[in-house]
Ligand binder design. Structure first.
Ligand code: RP5
Length: 164
């Protein structure tokens, strides 16, 4: 796979990085080139518009956007770009159990979808981004299948241990 980033990982604050790192880790696992940066819908709105407007021309195929609180970043980016956007709701320290982030990202109006993963589920966002790319890449698809096989085998090993 080329070294040009195919996935853009963005987050509303550097305080989101401990959560969002899991998306980067999964893309690294699947050998998918990515870029990672902070883009805030509220604190750097013009940077957000610029990022979303230029993402496709820069070669990105998928955007993963994580945010907490009034988490407008994924939805706003999805409103600008035609790339698929995966939203990661983040439970920020002052949030109401993360429901604010979940609902802000999940409850998009008709016409502007965001593929929303579970609260803090940046790992799944990374796997989902790889899965979208894997639809067009046989080698990546095989790596995803191997990952699923491994999950399957891990469960079967535990089942075997329960028998003894
Ligand atoms: C959101 O506000 C960020 O995505 C973050 O989850 C939350 C808190 O940001 P900081 O105040 O820690 O920068 O915009």
């Amino acid at each position: 796979m080329a070294n040009t980033p195919l996935v853009g990982i963005i987050m509303g604050s550097d305080s989101d990085l401990p959560i969002m790192q899991a998306a980067a880790d999964m893309l690294t696992h699947f050998n998918v080139p990515f870029e990672l940066t902070v883009v805030s819908a509220h604190r750097t709105p013009l940077r957000m518009v610029d990022y979303a407007k230029t993402a496709k021309d820069r070669g990105l195929k998928v955007i993963i956007a994580g945010a907490g609180g009034a988490a407008h970043l994924p939805g706003m980016v999805a409103s600008i770009t035609t790339l698929p956007v995966i939203g990661v709701p983040i439970k920020s320290s002052n949030s109401i159990d993360g429901w604010d982030s979940v609902l802000s990202i999940l409850q998009m109006p008709n016409g502007i979808p965001v593929a929303t993963v579970a609260l803090n589920a940046a790992k799944n966002a990374g796997i989902l981004a790889a899965t979208i790319l894997g639809s067009f890449d046989a080698e990546l698809s095989e790596a995803l299948q191997a990952y699923k096989n491994q999950l399957n085998d891990e469960v079967l090993i535990k089942v075997d241990k329960l028998k003894t």
